[in-house]
Design a binder for this molecule. Structure first.
Ligand code: ATP
Length: 275
């Protein structure tokens, strides 16, 4: 099925219909099994990536409140070896971080070669919430699109493959999820009154997202809008894109020198005989 990336310069509509499952998907009851298979494949590819130690994958997750970033991290990436994986959440910058350029804390969290990194929110907040809430003057945030493009080019040219997912939920689905969050004692700790203000600015966020995606979707660091009203669909589509990217990176186990291996076997045997 493989979702197509946003073409450079083209803004997605981000209307409510775009949050619904695409038509050409496998039957709904099969999706979980398919996602499980993809997770198995991801596990194998991660082993190779780690062993090879030459390239990294960065998956950037952005969404509105209750868009499903946490669920996706658990269900899609939950099978990875924690040793080769980092998840970094970006909240409001600290006083210290505000004294640096906006990419400073982000660059420090980029996954090292051999590993997979997941950004739960990212430098894109600096052209989303920052723009919508006027946290810095327009003349500052408006320059950031180009700065982000340059930054991601640096990553690409330094062996980091970048994938960017916007988990797109419709207005109704967000309302349902926020309500459920309040009703459920296992979830209501997540409720943040700020979510209500953000919901009130739905259209402004839509504009900010459309601009960000149109201006920063690059061949080497593409954006994908993942329809996220249905969680199974969301997980399946995301898993497919991650596996496809890892396959294209085609990490390989380093080749051991056969002669060395043979002589190590002999030495091991000799040591054991000696003891
Ligand atoms: P989430 O809402 O992602 O589940 P959370 O509720 O645990 O996360 P935090 O991770 O503490 O909250 O912070 C998320 C908040 O930080 C969001 O409201 C987001 O808009 C804000 N934020 C992130 N980056 C920035 C930034 N660069 N400038 C201002 N606010 C930011």
């Amino acid at each position: 099925v493989l979702l197509q990336p946003i073409a450079p310069g083209a803004a997605p509509s981000l209307d409510d219909e775009e949050a619904a499952a695409p038509r050409s998907l496998p039957p709904r009851k099969e999706l979980r099994a398919r996602t499980r298979e993809l997770r198995g494949r991801m596990d194998e590819l991660q082993r190779r990536l780690y062993a090879e130690g030459r390239q990294a994958l960065l998956v950037v997750l952005q969404a509105r409140d209750a868009g499903g970033k946490d669920g996706l991290i658990r269900r899609v990436f939950g099978g990875l070896n924690p040793q080769g994986c980092t998840v970094t959440s970006f909240g409001p910058p600290s006083a210290r971080e505000l004294r640096q350029d906006f990419l400073w804390r982000v660059h420090a969290a980029v996954p090292p070669v051999g590993t997979i990194g997941i950004f739960n929110r990212s430098h894109y907040e600096d052209v989303l919430v920052v723009r919508v809430r006027n946290l810095v003057p327009r003349e500052s945030w408006s320059k950031r699109y180009e700065q982000i493009v340059s930054f991601e080019r640096i990553l690409h040219e330094n062996r980091v493959t970048v994938l960017k997912f916007m988990l797109h939920v419709s207005r109704d689905e967000q309302a349902r999820r926020l309500m459920r969050r309040l009703d459920d004692p296992r979830r209501n700790w997540k409720f943040d009154p700020g979510d209500i203000d953000d919901r009130a600015r739905w259209d402004e966020y839509t504009e900010a997202y459309r601009d960000a995606l149109a201006r920063t979707s690059l061949a080497d660091a593409p954006w994908f809008v993942i329809p996220a009203d249905d969680k199974r669909v969301r997980d399946y589509l995301a898993a497919e894109l991650v596996v496809e990217a890892l396959e294209r990176m085609s990490p390989e186990f380093p080749q051991a020198n056969e002669e060395n291996v043979r002589s190590y076997i002999d030495s091991l045997k000799a040591v054991d005989r000696g003891s």
